[in-house]
Write a protein of this length. Sequence first.
Lengths: 331, 285, 307
Amino acid sequence: MEKDNILLDVQDLSVHFNTDSGTVYAVNNLNLTLERGKAIGFVGETGAGKTTTALAILQLIQSPPGEITSGKILFNGQDIIKMTEAEKRRVRGGQIAMIFQDPMSSLNPTMTVEDQIMEMVLLHSDVSKKEARERAWEMLSLVGIRSERGKEYPHQFSGGMKQRVCIAIALACSPSLLIADEPTTALDVTIQAQVIELIKDLQQKVNTSLLLITHDLGIVAEVCDTVAIMYAGKLVEYAPIELLYSNPMHPYTQGLFKAVPDLDSPIGEKLMVIPGLPPELTELSSGCSFAPRCEQARDICHERACGMEEKARGHFVDCYLFAQNPEPAEV
Amino acid sequence: MFSLNKHSALRYTLIRLRRNYMAVAGLFILFLLIVVAIFAEQIAPHGYADQDYMMILKGSSAQHWLGTDQFGRDVLSRIIYGSRVSLQVGLVAVAISLVIGGAIGAIAGYFGGRLGNVLMRLMDIQLAIPTILLAIVISSVLGPGLTNLMIAVGLTSVPRFARLMRASVISIKDMEFIEAARAMGASHTRIINLYILPNCAAPFIVQSTLTVANSILFAATLSFLGLGIQPPFPEWGGMLSDARAYMRTAPYLSIYPGIAIMVTIIALNCIGDGLRDALDPKQKR
Amino acid sequence: MLKYALWRTLQLVPIIISVMFILFTLLYFTPGDPALVALGEEASPEAIVAFHREHGLDQPFFVQFGNYVYNVVFHLDFGYSYAMKTPVASELLPRVPVTMKLAFWAVLFSAVIGIPLGIICAVRQYSILDSVATLFTLLGISIPTFWSGLLVVLAFSVYLEWLPSMGFDTPAEMILPIITLSGSSLAIIARMTRSSMLEVIKSDYVRTARSKGQTEFSIIFRHALPNALIPVLTIIGMQFGTLLGGSIVTEAVFSISGIGRLMIEAIKMRDYPIIQGGVLFISVAFCLINLLVDVLYAWVDPRIRVK
């Protein structure tokens, strides 16, 4: 991996929330890299810390009660955390844009759709209102909405179309990184496919890198180049998709794959579940956080977490189960 | 809902309420007020109608801590007895509006249709008249006196409770456990009393507290205007009305009864706000 | 939009007639014979009968009611005050502008001070300013208007002698009554604005605006405020009605010759036609204001306007 090619480099990121009921350790010592033009899938259950990581990248964590307690977020080599507020605002939307999970509530009900796209354009480029409006219409066409509809209000659009508007807003200034937080979870299955197609399409057209947060392994397979699996605030596995899908190593990842119903399996066969529940994030255990639910857990797993290690070429896992790859990975 | 096992709603609410210092202070003041009202005879240094001709319009003294009024009556004692009137009006008025409004709202919500519409229209008509004016009209029609005051104030709050009850009933009515009860053969009355009402309790408790405060304010206003309680019975609003003529000579007469009203209403509002926060599952902090 | 306004106006008619009916009925069945009020306790039976005939008091109930409605709607004739021996309208109508002025200025004051206060408290939640303002709004809703009027007169007229304590003609005379009357509605509007803003600030579309890199200032004024003010609008309309009622007390304290003071005199003298006329007038005004607010609300909120 060449250094120049790395767009986003998250190093040792930890995010904690100080609440009345104690500290919530939402994200712990996370490491992640993303190359230009590539797409990474960020997979995990609800509450695993994926959205928190995304918000941390955009520096949108509410500062009480949340705080970033360690780590760096290097974007194009610069640490976002250390930027001034004005610099952060320039990055948001201009270089890193985000679309959120629930399109129904993500748009301002009292502003027209084109105004909301124009706002993005006017914030990051020095153009006239007329030019901004034209750009807004361009973006609407790009996402498959007639530009005449720009004067309408969000409530006049369906869920899928609202999400397209959000995509139009996010890509209006051609950001280098698009973060999509479960963009299709709130939509009908048929619309899901359309929106994912759109995102894939635009990602290639505009040459944006993509950080796609989802719990759907199928979508990840379609769109992403690498995958990161997250559990209880930590990354547990990280690999290019071919490697991950052909050889999932971490027991949690294996559990996730097994839980996906198989069209070929005999009728009446019980669905596989991972027994137990994810841990409360208010206690940081020194052992592996998945150990209580892991069938293959050994004593050492409960005492000390393994840490992410490269067990195969480009394939990182946080687990004692796999031998070290004797071949050192090429840098 | 009313069990006190470890994770019941009631216990949780009480814990949250206890954390709210203002609400706790309010409860304490309310408690004091109730004690004072009940034991007025024992606490008050003088009777509320005892006139002392030697001490007309005199300020604070050893005998009369808060001074005397134009008839030589002890202000402190009158304020103490006045608490009895205020609390009575507050509680009875709320009871009236709760029962009548609750019944109307429950019927309108549960049975719906024509009947429901008509009932709610009636409430709308009542709401078209500003509440204080309605209280004045009812009061002047019924005549003076404590009972009539309670009725007048109570009736004005009926629509609020009716609407609240109707909304609660409608939200619960279509839930499946009601269908199950109906399938069991439960009568309408049983369903309303056993299933629906207990689940509507939370907003009612809050609204009742705030309505007690409102009723006391109304009662004071009506007495101030000359309706309601007649002399020599002491009512805080009435005392303030009398005080107007003596603003230059005895300004304290305009102050003390008002403080009594203010403290009572603040306490009730704090309790109401505290209850609202404690009962709202979405509230944090 | 226009259709909505017309439809709502039409709905008002049965309500107003019902209000008239309720008021008319209440006062119809009040004990006391108007003839005795007008002619005195010693009047002869013949005089009483003549009086009844002259004022249509011997007609059946519904005929009397029908006449009443007709007179009010087409002639602005609210009946006859037996105690004052004049038509109600001639006492009532001249006082209308005064009360309307008082209520209007009070609402304006409450909104102009209350809304910014609410916004500041929401944006600076948990700050000292927020706590102090919350305390003040608590006082605002807990202090009866008539008492704050008395206190304000005590302070500014009796002791400091800065401002007059009576009347409503010069600006100096207007200051104290307006401040007094607006006390509680200012508190309510401030509280409502604060809670509405807090809710809106936590909403998803504000988060979207932040992710665009928008400044806090723009977020508050372009995104949060327009959405937060919509429910506040309804409250302001309701407050106008409360103020119309509350003006009674303010007019009493400051000796202002508006409808309120007329009503107080009428209460003392048991002059029911005046009470009836005054309450009816204010209720109709209240209904119209609410109608206006509803229509305004429907216009301001795109979700309703564009259907």
